[in-house]
Design a protein around this ligand. Structure first.
Ligand SMILES: *Cc1c(COP(=O)(O)O)cnc(C)c1O
Ligand SMILES: [Zn+2]
Length: 395
């Protein structure tokens, strides 16, 4: 066994505060159904900013702040460590000082879901679990099937029947069991819940496993490091279940607590959603602390077509505490956003991150951004995930 020197101590329920040791495998919180969140002894971290900067390779450069104790349990293929790409033409168009894109499309299965899969499958290995299961709109299932294949763990994936061919084919190519749910992600989630209860599955679903959002947290840790332990002014994030946004918020709080940040003002975290499914944006507009479930979700950005995001109180905390906002854009605006990135920056995006860029462009047009603002867009997934949708938008 080689120690990771992780300073993780236990799991704590975000909702009711109950605590559990790291061997606990019943997710979510058995007391209240809430989210289990790994806790750390930050003052015990024995690595410096300089040493972190000198490491490379993957998101596991931050292993001291991840909930895995033995390097043998880490399931990795170079996920994370993605570039921040400058987009001066977009900055000029939007009338701001700087626009940059964190290009998560460069991950092993082409989305930032690989970070969550690497962490949650490593967590399953640490807990000695031989079989996991996950409901997904497509990308998370593809990522989970890749990482479980690598780990030699069995995997069952419940996908929305509308998931695309790349996602369905690759899930099976990795050897996972594929179930198609007759309906959207809410239905896939419902079908999944029944199957999980019947089969006693160990889940790596969004905010059920305590490990997955810790992987997404590394995206935030990288952003602050890449901004020389400072941050952009505004971050636009295409929000489904909110795992990545909460990950960035948690990364900020950890680095602030460790005294690693040059400037303690957090970046404003902006939620981008689709006008066809915008439960979090609606909650922000009505200044509520929790969302109301969206009735008829309707967006081609399947990753953000999440009508009932259980972690909305945590998402909204991050938005309100950082001075962020919520912006909903139509599918065609999201496609225009993705095409703008392709044409003005060379960067390939799928529909969901197109919505994030479109949201930033809309705020710029409405005069809500300053000319000295530095903007960061999270490109959560590569354009190859959405070539069909993008081809409709070409003129
Ligand atoms: C899953 C997904 C999202 C939304 O991520 P959450 O963490 O659920 O908010 C956004 N974009 C893409 C491409 C995705 O696959
Ligand atoms: Zn609880």
């Amino acid at each position: 066994m080689t120690q990771t020197n992780s300073v993780v101590s236990h799991f704590e329920c975000y909702d009711c505060g109950s605590t559990y040791d790291l061997e606990h495998t019943e997710f979510p919180c058995p007391e209240c159904g809430g989210i289990l969140d790994p806790q750390y002894d930050y003052h015990d971290v024995e690595v410096s900013r300089d040493e972190i900067e000198s490491r490379n390779g993957s998101m596991w450069k931050y292993r001291e702040l991840l909930p895995i104790l033995d390097t043998d349990d880490i399931v990795s293929m170079g996920e994370g460590n993605t570039p921040i790409v400058e987009c001066p033409k977009l900055a000029e168009e939007m009338g701001v000082a700087r626009v940059a894109i964190k290009d998560e499309g460069q991950n092993p299965t082409n989305t930032f879901k690989d970070r969550g899969a690497s962490a949650s499958v490593s967590g399953a290995c640490q807990q000695g679990i031989p079989e996991v299961a996950i409901p997904s709109a497509g990308n998370a299932g593809q990522a989970a099937s890749a990482y479980t294949a690598r780990a030699g763990i069995d995997c069952t994936v419940v996908l929305n029947y509308q998931s695309n061919d790349i996602q369905k084919t690759m899930v099976e190519a990795h050897g996972a069991d594929l179930h198609l749910a007759d309906g959207k992600l809410d239905k896939a989630g419902g079908t999944f819940g029944e199957l999980r209860d019947d089969n006693g599955w160990y889940t790596v679903a969004t905010f059920q496993t305590p490990f997955r959002h810790e992987g997404k947290k590394t995206m935030g840790l990288e952003i602050f490091e890449q901004y020389d332990w400072d941050s952009p002014d505004e971050i636009f994030y295409p929000t489904g279940g909110g795992v990545g946004l909460i990950g960035i918020w948690k990364a900020y709080q950890e680095l602030a607590e460790m005294g690693w940040l040059e400037d303690e003002t957090p970046p404003s975290l902006h939620v981008a959603q689709s006008t066809g499914c915008a439960p979090v944006v609606q909650a922000i507009e009505e200044h509520r602390d929790e969302h109301e479930a969206w009735d008829c979700p309707e967006s081609i950005g399947r990753g953000i077509e999440v009508p009932d995001p259980g972690a909305s109180p945590w998402i909204l905390e991050a938005v309100y505490e950082t001075g962020g906002t919520g912006v909903a854009v139509s599918d065609s605006e999201a496609l225009e956003g993705a095409l703008a990135a392709a044409r003005h920056a060379g960067i390939e995006m799928c529909v969901e991150p197109g919505a994030a860029l479109a949201a930033a462009m809309q705020m710029a047009e409405d005069g809500k951004l300053d000319e000295d603002d530095e903007i960061l867009i999270i490109n959560t997934g590569a354009g190859n995930k959405a070539t069909n949708a993008l081809s409709y938008a070409l003129d």
